[in-house]
Every structure is written in C-alpha cells, then in structure tokens.
Design a protein around this ligand. Structure first.
Ligand SMILES: C[S@@+](CC[C@H](N)C(=O)[O-])C[C@H]1O[C@@H](n2cnc3c(N)ncnc32)[C@H](O)[C@@H]1O
Length: 228
C-alpha cells in the first residue's frame, strides 16, 4: 500500500477525526475523544514540563497540540505533506513544531528526545523488518532513561474478533489481493517482545483502558531505554 498517497487523500476529509481515519470511534465528540486520548498518552509517558517529546505519525496534529503544553519542546512528524500542512495551519504554539518525515528515516531531525509517542499508526509498518527498522530509528533518537509509547496497535491474536464474519474476511482477502486493504498489519505482542530484546529495550505490554474506542482489539506498549 502507498500510505503517503492514502493519507494525502484522507487529509481531504472535512472533519479532523476523519482526516486521520478515526471513524466509528464511539459517541464522544471528537474534541472530547482527542482530549481523552491525549490524557492517556500523557499517562503512559508520564509527561513532565521538562520533556522533549517527539510525536511520530502525528497526522494533522490534533493530539500533538494537546500534548505540547505538557512539555518543554514538542515536535510532530508525519509522512503525509497534506496532513503536516493542516497541522501547521491549525496548531501554533511557541514550543510546537511540525515537519514532514518518514518514520523509517528520522536521523535528519538532528536532535534527541526523552519521550517519543507513536499512536494509532504502528499497523502501517506492514512486516516485522519494517517495524523493527522504525523502532530502531526511534531508539536512536532516545536519550538513556527515555521512553517510547507505541499505542493503539491492532492485536494479531484478536484478528478474528475484528474480521468477525465471513463477509468481512472475504472483503479483507480481496482487498489484500487488490492492494487496497487499509488496516495494515495486526501485530503480535510477542513480535514487540522480540524487537525489544533485539534492541536492548525494556518493554511493558498493556491493555488499553476500556473506555478507549478501539480497546477491544488493540494493545499498548511502552519501551524504555536503560540508563547508560
Ligand atoms: C491513523 S493516522 C494517526 C495520526 C495520529 N497519530 C493520531 O492518533 O491522530 C496514521 C498516520 O500515520 C502516518 N504514517 C504512515 N506511515 C508513515 C511513515 N512511514 N512515516 C511517518 N508517518 C507515517 C500517516 O500519514 C497518518 O498520518
């Protein structure tokens, strides 16, 4: 799947939540949902006013802008130039910066961070090697003692709960065959364990709080880089 083209097209939606594919996300108005998600990310990363936070795959910046006031410096990066343009146009704060960047190649950012967030997006890294490459890019930008939150990833052990009827399964395989399947990869928590071990990171796999809309088929993970 060409995710850059996919997300550039999605950016044309008229509602901020739809621009980042947050559809069928329950009854909460999007402002309240975004605040709830930002509070959850902040909890998982124990955000502090001295933190330097990188938000990878930040989309249109609707969540990033709620995290920035809790930090000293916040940068959002995304593959889609159209989503980054929306983020820059709609969210301006003194300590908040947006830049177009591919999560597979982040060394160009030229700075390090003590907290990194990647939310609702790891599924777009569609095989183990690509996921490992992304995580190693993130780990390279992280100072010792820092943490990475990869939140809201579809859980491979709950694939059948998501594609829960013959018609949904047929549609999935048909779209996969056509190259138009847009959910990306359902990851096994064990694959996260393998990546953490390979990169020498500590890992905690956590269930999502049940009030989050996709908790029923997704999980959270926090990686910590040991102090040198
Ligand atoms: C579902 S949206 C999530 C946006 C945001 N994290 C949120 O929770 O509102 C997924 C985002 O991942 C971005 N993305 C996909 N592949 C990427 C890559 N290789 N590098 C950077 N961003 C990527 C897309 O452009 C899109 O904005």
């Amino acid at each position: 799947m060409n995710w850059e083209a996919f997300w550039n097209k999605q950016a044309e939606a008229n509602k901020p939540a739809a621009q980042v594919g947050r559809i069928n996300a329950g009854d909460l108005p999007s402002e309240q949902l975004h605040s709830r998600i930002a509070a959850h990310i902040s909890d998982r990363l124990h955000l502090q006013p001295t933190d330097h936070l990188l938000d990878v795959c930040c989309g249109n910046g609707e969540i990033t802008t709620l995290l920035a006031p809790q930090t000293a410096f916040c940068m959002g990066v995304d593959l889609s130039p159209k989503l980054i343009a929306l983020a820059k146009a709609n969210h301006q704060q003194q300590n908040l910066h947006f830049s177009r960047a591919n999560a597979l190649q982040l060394s160009g950012l030229g700075r390090s961070f003590n907290k990194i967030n990647l939310y609702f997006s790891f599924q777009y890294f569609e095989d183990y090697e690509t996921g490992l490459r992304v995580l190693s890019e993130l780990a390279a930008l992280l100072v010792p003692g820092g943490s990475i939150f990869i939140g809201d990833t579809p859980d491979a052990s709950r694939w059948g709960r998501y594609y829960n009827s013959p018609i949904k399964k047929i549609r999935y395989f048909y779209q996969k065959w056509r190259g138009t399947e847009a959910m990306g990869k359902f990851w096994h928590p064990q694959e996260f364990e393998k990546m953490a071990e390979w990169l020498g990171l500590e890992l905690q796999i956590l269930p999502e709080p049940e009030d989050l809309p996709y908790a029923w088929y997704r999980f959270d993970a926090v990686f910590v880089k040991a102090l040198a």
